[in-house]
Design a protein around this ligand. Structure first.
Ligand code: PDD
Length: 281
């Protein structure tokens, strides 16, 4: 059985217990991170830490997230994930345990910290080369999407809509603009130019997104961080997603419409190869 981390202890997943009064359970009142590790090497931890710090500050939880790197290491070691090609570590911090009232407990209570780790199963290359499908959904999330909050109901509904449509990814559309996926960032290619939504409060500022923008630069591909209207997305040469549990995933169909010539394109392929190289995986 997998070993999880809960409030200072490592224990079998089946033995971990959390109070019904935890505000994560009652309100989704907390933030989380998912950090990849390639053969045990935790990748770009500082960026995940920065984002978690910003999220904690945004929702007013006083917690020193720096020590979580040890939890990441501890979970990888205890679950025998130090030698697997790709693993990921999930860590969440909630506002803690207190009788249910909307306002924060006063005085504050200790945050609850929970973590687990797992293996990431990368699709076989021939599956990747066939490409994937995406559908669009209205973006019904709150306007603080840059906070990696554990409250993910709109993201769950979006991904379920994708599954029910036989697709791999769901694209949030707000006011006609295609923003990001349910758990990944969105890119499109127009005439050799790589486009992705700019950092704002309407998208999560993905660590993989930043890496892929850097890799595009190294490959000499121009990148535009700009709004992508959905009507333009349908006419893109290529569409792909990026994320810790997505890596680089090309879509050859969006809402049943063929993207480009319906095949995985050279930009997604080049960036995926560069991603595999950069992560040493
Ligand atoms: N999701 N956008 C959203 C809404 C996300 O939830 C995620 C990550 C990303 C990509 O961020 P990054 O490249 O830093 O993983 C973009 C995680 C993996 C999850 O919810 O499981």
């Amino acid at each position: 059985m997998s070993v999880v981390y809960l409030n200072g202890e490592y224990l079998p997943a089946g033995e971990a217990r959390i109070s019904v009064n935890d505000r994560g359970f009652l309100f989704g009142d907390g933030v989380y991170e998912v950090t990849p590790a390639y053969r045990g090497r935790i990748f770009r931890w500082e960026r995940h830490l920065d984002r978690m710090r910003r999220g904690l500050a945004a929702i007013g939880i006083d917690f020193d997230a720096a020590a979580l790197v040890e939890v990441n290491r501890g979970l990888l070691a205890r679950n025998d994930l130090e030698r697997v090609p790709v693993a990921y570590v999930y860590v969440q911090v909630t506002r803690g345990i207190a009788p249910r009232t909307h306002a924060f407990p006063n005085p504050p209570v200790p945050p609850s910290v929970y973590g687990f780790a797992g293996r990431y199963d990368r699709p076989a290359r021939e599956v990747w080369e066939r490409g994937f499908k995406a559908v669009t959904v209205p973006d019904q999330r709150w306007a603080l999407a840059e906070v990696k909050a554990v409250a993910l109901l709109p993201n769950c509904l979006a991904q379920q809509a994708a599954v029910e449509a036989g697709a791999s990814d769901a694209i949030f559309v707000r006011d006609g603009i295609a923003l990001e996926g349910s758990h990944n960032n969105l890119f499109a290619v127009f005439g050799g130019v790589v486009a992705t939504a700019p950092r704002s409060n309407y998208i999560l500022h993905g660590v993989t997104r930043d890496l892929v923008i850097e890799l595009a630069g190294e490959l000499g591909l121009p990148v535009e961080e700009r709004a992508i209207p959905l009507r333009e997305l349908y006419r893109a040469d290529e569409v792909f997603f990026t994320g810790t549990t997505t890596e680089v995933r090309p879509s050859v169909e969006v809402d049943g419409r063929m993207i480009g010539d319906g095949r995985v394109g050279p930009v997604a392929r080049g960036l995926y190869d560069a991603f595999l190289e950069a992560t040493g995986s």
